[in-house]
Design a protein around this ligand. Structure first.
Ligand SMILES: [Zn+2]
Ligand SMILES: [Zn+2]
Length: 410
């Protein structure tokens, strides 16, 4: 007899999920180095009787569960609805990320990182533990759904392109899915609340680099050279006019300068011949992303020409915007309502980036936020050394995963 998922139904798995989460937390591994974490995942999936494939894009793991539920044809007005019978052939992917960040933890937790300079500061330890919990529950309740669930444990979400690497390693050729779902913890959103935005969830995340090269000179005789520092200053001011003056005020884009390098602090009386700048560019849609790429470059070249300098410009597209597909977002929202009795579908987009965007470009799907309430430490936001995943949310996240399966394949 199968059990309908809810945080209460997942309750018996909370001690195991907490233990996995803290074990992974104490032993953080950076992108594509998640050997211990992947081994833990494979071991626990096998213990739950789940088919396991390891070594996808290096440390990626996929667990596969085949439902045994019978799909009964719906009878209405004396006829059998033909499409229902096909549901048993459907498959969906559920994705969690496993990597940690190159930071030093200061939480002082009993299960704090044992590896100096590495910590789980984004909660991927919690994501992995929740998907393991959901996998264990689903494996024990196979009659609750028909079709196939592929549990995707992804390496290297933090800036190293683990999702893309898994796709290039044939993820969806080897494990075909009709839809794919992702989940991320979110401090500030009430504990246990799942929010599934209807459209854009996260921004594109790209890097730009610009350099200005001229002729250096004595600081006392600027007329003998061409001053790259003045061009850099004007470039920064002009860069910030793109979003202010060229982007629709009701739409979203961000351009920030994150790096400037020029000259030598021990030679302040020398005008340097080169200035290097780099920064980030974010947008929720291709229109603004393309605009940023083009205009930052035009400004760099235009300002260089104005000062008799040479500009070098590069724009590196790293992550596409994460945009939910409407049908799957609606389903993921209904799944949260069914499991928790409460959910949100109106969460505003965030200008951070996420490489689940690559999976959403390959297959229909949705990405959801899992509220973890006020962080235990006031500074404990993502990527802060005080961050710690909130274990009280484990049952809710796992219940949502299971409910997505029951809603998609039940
Ligand atoms: Zn992160
Ligand atoms: Zn993250």
């Amino acid at each position: 007899m199968s059990q309908r998922s809810s945080p209460e139904a997942l309750g018996p798995l909370v001690p195991a999920m907490t233990a996995w989460r803290r074990d992974i937390h104490a032993h953080p591994e950076l992108g594509f180095e998640e050997h211990r974490t992947a081994a833990l995942v494979a071991r626990e999936l096998e213990a739950a009787g789940i088919e396991v494939t390891t070594g996808i894009a290096g440390t990626g793991v996929v667990g596969t569960i085949r439902g045994t539920g019978m799909v009964e044809p719906l009878r209405g007005a004396g006829m059998v609805e033909p499409l229902r019978g096909r549901a048993g052939n459907r498959a969906i992917g559920l994705r969690a990320d496993m990597d940690a960040l190159a930071m030093t933890e200061v939480t002082g937790a009993a299960y704090a990182s044992t590896v100096p300079g590495k910590m789980h500061a984004c909660g991927h330890d919690g994501h992995t533990a929740m998907l393991l919990g959901a996998a264990t529950f689903l494996a024990a309740n196979r009659d609750a759904f028909a079709g196939t669930v592929h549990l995707i444990f992804q390496p290297a979400e933090e800036s190293l392109g683990g999702a893309k690497a898994m796709l290039e390693d044939g993820l969806f050729d080897r494990f075909p899915v009709d839809a794919v779902y992702g989940l991320h913890n979110l401090p500030g959103l009430p504990l246990g609340i799942v929010a599934v935005p209807k459209g854009p969830v996260l921004a594109s995340s790209d890097t730009w680099q610009a350099s200005f090269t001229g002729r250096g000179s004595h600081g006392a005789k600027p007329h003998q050279g061409t001053d790259a520092t003045l061009a850099a200053a004007q470039f920064i001011a002009a860069l910030h006019s793109i979003v202010a003056r060229e982007v629709d005020p009701l739409r979203t884009a961000v351009a920030s300068v994150g790096h400037i390098a020029a000259g030598n602090p021990r030679a302040p009386n020398v005008i340097p011949s080169e200035v290097h700048l780099a920064g980030t560019a974010r947008a929720l849609a291709p229109l603004e992303r393309d605009l940023l790429e083009r205009r930052i470059g035009e400004l760099a070249h235009g300002i260089a020409a104005m000062h008799g300098l040479v500009a070098d410009y590069r724009y590196i597209r790293r992550l596409s915007p994460t945009v939910n597909h409407p049908a799957q977002a609606a389903l993921a929202y209904r799944a949260a309502l069914a499991a928790m009795g409460e959910a949100r579908d109106d969460h505003p987009p965030i200008t951070a980036g996420e490489d689940f965007s690559e999976m959403l470009l390959a297959r229909p799907g949705a990405y959801a936020w899992l509220g973890t309430g006020d962080p235990p430490h006031p500074d404990g936001q993502h990527h802060n050394p005080h961050f710690d995943f909130v274990d009280a949310a484990l049952a809710h996240g796992a219940a949502w995963w299971c409910s997505v399966v029951e809603t998609e394949l039940g």
